[in-house]
Design a binder for this molecule. Structure first.
Ligand code: TYD
Length: 208
C-alpha cells in the first residue's frame, strides 16, 4: 500500500533540474523529512545495466522503438526495486525524470506515436502516477544561451537543436493537457527564486 508521495521532475537538457534537485535534497535533509532521491533510467542492478546499454555511444544503430522499450523496461524494474518499497515506508520519493520524459523525448523528439509510448508505459501510468510533477520550463534556446553565452547563438542551428525543440514543444503540450498534475515553474528565474516556486508548487499539491 502506497503511503508516501511520489514526485517527479522534468525538463529539457540544461534546464537547471540538477540544481533544484540538490536544493530540495538539502531542504528535506535539514528538516529530517524521510525521502528518497532517485533517477531514471537507473536504480538497481538491472535498471543500471539497461542504462548502460542506452547511454553507450557504440549502440548508435539502436532503433527508436528499442530505445523506448528499454526506457520502459528500466522504469518498471526501478519502480519495483526502489520506488515502491520507499513509498510503502511512507517516504517522499523524488524521481529525476519519469514517463513524461519518454513522451517528450521518444514521441516528441524521435517522432514515435504517442499511443505506442503511452501503451508500453501503461503499468507505470496506472499504478505509479506521480502526485506531482515539477516541469522546469526553459526553452532549449535559453538553456543553450545560458550554457554558452549569447555570442554563440549561431550554434543554435547545430544538428540536434530541432530535436530539443520538439522535446520542449511536447513538454508544453503535456503541461497543458495535465494541469492538475504537472506544475510548471519558470526556468528563467534565479536558482533561489525558482526554488521558492518549486516549494510552493509542491505545497499546493500537499507534498510538503
Ligand atoms: P541524464 O544524464 O540523466 O541527463 P539529465 O541530467 O538531463 O536528466 O540523461 C538522461 C537522458 O535520457 C536525457 O537526455 C533524457 C533521456 N531520456 C529519454 O530520452 N527518455 C526517458 O524516458 C528518460 C527517463 C530519459
Amino acid at each position: 500500500m502506497k503511503k508516501g508521495k511520489f514526485i517527479t521532475f522534468e525538463g529539457c537538457d540544461g534546464c537547471g533540474k540538477s540544481t533544484q534537485l540538490a536544493m530540495l535534497d538539502k531542504y528535506l535533509s535539514q528538516r529530517e523529512i524521510p525521502h528518497l532521491f532517485t533517477r531514471e533510467p537507473g536504480g538497481g542492478k538491472i535498471s543500471e545495466a539497461i542504462r548502460a546499454i542506452l547511454l553507450d555511444g557504440a549502440n548508435a544503430e539502436m532503433t527508436d522503438e528499442c530505445e523506448a522499450l528499454l526506457y520502459a523496461a528500466a522504469r518498471v524494474q526501478h519502480l519495483h526495486d526502489r520506488v515502491a518499497p520507499a513509498l510503502e515506508e511512507g517516504k517522499l520519493v523524488i524521481c529525476d525524470r519519469y514517463v513524461d520524459s519518454s513522451v517528450a523525448y521518444q514521441a516528441g523528439g524521435r517522432g514515435l506515436p504517442g499511443d505506442f509510448v503511452r501503451a508500453i508505459n501503461a503499468r507505470a501510468l496506472e499504478f505509479f502516477l506521480p502526485d506531482a510533477t515539477v516541469f522546469i520550463d526553459l526553452s532549449p534556446e535559453e538553456a543553450f544561451r545560458r550554457k554558452h553565452g549569447a555570442d554563440e547563438n549561431d550554434r543554435l542551428e547545430q544538428a540536434g537543436m530541432d530535436f530539443h525543440r520538439r522535446v520542449y514543444a511536447e513538454y508544453k503540450k503535456l503541461a497543458a493537457e495535465f494541469p492538475g498534475r504537472i506544475l510548471s515553474v519558470d526556468g528563467r528565474k534565479s536558482p533561489d527564486a525558482l526554488f521558492e516556486d518549486v516549494l510552493s508548487a509542491l505545497r499546493s499539491r500537499g507534498c510538503l
